[in-house]
Ligand binder design. Structure first.
Ligand SMILES: C[S@@+](CC[C@H](N)C(=O)[O-])C[C@H]1O[C@@H](n2cnc3c(N)ncnc32)[C@H](O)[C@@H]1O
Length: 239
């Protein structure tokens, strides 16, 4: 067990290093520091999607910040715009929809039981007492301090914090919140504010059935969005 605990993080670092040559220095660093669950391929697609909205009006947002890795990357690209990061910064809420799959329910039970392990053998982020403070200090270390230059974090359930977030228009949104209900809620809310040409990137489409169902229902009802598949698919509002 001890050997596996040492070898696994090392193997992850080697694997990431081998496939990270196309990433920006910030993306590489948040990955090396274990601040994100996103793979190098997902981070690369995120950087390309951010480049693609350079001429699109609106703010950037992430729903599902956890340790802050992907949020730091997005906030660092938001100059001249606002960045809003939303999360409970604590235990992930339970998947409660009957549209969530067994994999989601098992994952949640694992987390709830206290046996979930963090990145590279760290403590799982959802068990940390001062997660919000840790994330704020990571943002400061990466020169995107919270509360300055349009960088904001909103602590609480999306359904409770988002209605008070001052945001007129959105250009890029990262949805990384796993289960059916939060993904469906966020799609409904952010699509109403997404500018033409704007992007919603979905982290868990290929990972959890509830997320996939929420996206498929959304696309069926919104023919003005194009679906660009990949490890983390993009929903792009047509011009
Ligand atoms: C997979 S993690 C995000 C990972 C992160 N983007 C990264 O770079 O590794 C999902 C996060 O979404 C949060 N979350 C899920 N549902 C939520 C809800 N309804 N309201 C607020 N936060 C929620 C969880 O607490 C968790 O921190």
């Amino acid at each position: 067990m001890m050997i596996i605990d040492t070898v696994r993080p090392l193997a992850r670092r080697v694997r990431n290093r081998l496939s990270s040559h196309k990433l920006s220095p910030v993306a590489r660093q948040v990955m090396d520091e274990g601040l994100t669950y996103l793979s190098p391929a997902k981070l690369q697609r995120m950087e390309q999607a951010l480049d693609s909205v350079a001429g699109v009006a609106g703010d950037f947002a992430e729903f599902g910040v956890a340790l802050g890795g992907s949020a730091i990357l997005i906030a660092g690209r938001a100059s001249g715009r606002q960045f809003h990061g939303l999360d409970v910064f604590g235990m992930i809420p339970e998947p409660t929809s009957d549209k969530d799959d067994q994999k989601s329910r098992s994952r949640y039970q694992d987390i709830k039981s206290g046996s979930s392990r963090g990145i590279d053998g760290q403590q799982y982020y959802g068990y940390r007492d001062k997660l919000y403070e840790e994330v704020r200090s990571s943002f400061a270390r990466y020169s995107v301090p919270v509360g300055q230059n349009g960088v904001h974090l909103h602590k609480g359930l999306f359904e409770e914090t988002w209605p008070d977030v001052p945001c007129e228009a959105l250009a890029f949104v990262h949805l990384d919140c796993d289960w059916y209900d939060p993904v469906a809620y966020c799609l409904k809310e952010v699509s109403a504010k997404l500018s033409p040409g704007g992007v919603i990137m979905i982290d868990d489409y290929h990972d959890y059935g509830g997320c996939r169902t929420a996206v498929e229902e959304f696309l069926a009802a919104h023919p003005d969005f194009d679906f660009e598949d990949g490890p983390n698919p993009v929903l792009r509002r047509q011009l």
